[in-house]
Design a protein around this ligand. Sequence first.
Ligand SMILES: [Zn+2]
Length: 441
Amino acid sequence: MVEICTIGGYNEVGKNSTAIKIGDDAYVFDLGIHLENYVKYTQDEDIVDISPKELMKAGAVPDISAIEDWKNNVKMILPTHAHLDHLGAIPYLANNFKAPIMCTPFTSEVLKGILTEDKIKLNNKIRSMSANSSFQANNVKIEFVHMTHSTPHTVMIALHTKEGIILYANDFKFDLFPTLGQKPNFKRLEELGKQKVLALICDSTYAADARKMPSESIAKEMLREVMLGIDSKNKHVVVTTFSSHIARLKSIVEFGQKMNRKIVFMGRSMAKYVRAAEATGIAKFTNKVEVLKFSGQIKRKLKKIAKDRGKYLMVVTGHQGEPKSTLAKMMNNELKFKFFPEDHIIFSCRTIPTPTNIANRQKLEADLRTFNVRIFKDIHQSGHAAREDLRDLINLVKPQHIIPAHGELRMTSALADLAVEMGYKKGQNVHVMGNGERLKL
Ligand SMILES: [Zn+2]
């Protein structure tokens, strides 16, 4: 029998985690943080030692008490990719399980980077396996299927069991023109569809969005337009984006070089992801870019940049207005940077619409506008599948059951509605579930 437990990410975008039990063996897919709750919790209080129990109570990490009775059955922890809402809780929760962590090389490098930086010791071994490969573990075969997403080395995980395949598809987009790495492995999905896919656990974040999510190459063209098409001679130019988005950073560097500017990456998380990308050979930045991690270094560099307007491209953390990020600090006394009218500030992102983010971004933009700078917003395409991509996935793998994941009720319901449109029946073979529920198949 196959039993699925929805631990987290079924009532919200964040703290993703799902456990699947086959016979006596259980597997945990993703252990992510809820970024907003996590930041709120760790900033509100002056905490030296962050306790997992408190984090669970604050809704910052998945509540693994949902699988208390499976604790000793867990054989492996499988984060699908390097985003914090998929692996950020591993440092706090993995020690509860006597099981190794298995993920792709980039994901493993990012995880190791977090553990080193936060001085956290895990008893779990971290193993890595490339996309498009598989291994036999006890009574199941675990397969990583290469996918495109907004961070490298993202996979869908196919769990091959006697009862059929469980396909865990969080997160992905179907990018036909990726700017870094291969296209999604459609061929393999089609092959899986010819076997028996018992269940599809699936990203529903943009299930209500009636379109195909545009490719990363579109985002690259949008960047090209603002970075190369608009005159920025003798102006300061700042770009801010997701630190984990290596493909985007690579495009920014390509255009920065064409602009004949010295490129400087500034911020802790930027340094962390760039290091992981280099260690795994995904991208090379060091000979093209200066990467600065600490405030002191950044402060000295900004003094230099201030005197040499028009010579540098500043690539900084802080696209959501996060108060501890480089861009936010440039606006306050910590790094105090003086912009001039018509300097360029490019937001290569979308504001993630949570109340905290919206408030932070409003404050940041208001501060920037006091200098009368030019702001270019939404130079971005999402890394998530939209409704018509989700339809393609369902047609390819023909799952017997669909479990919408990665979203609030309105998102999971939208995927369920799509499935119903395609002939599935709610409650029978489409299962809209909340956190901490179980489903036997
Ligand atoms: Zn993701």
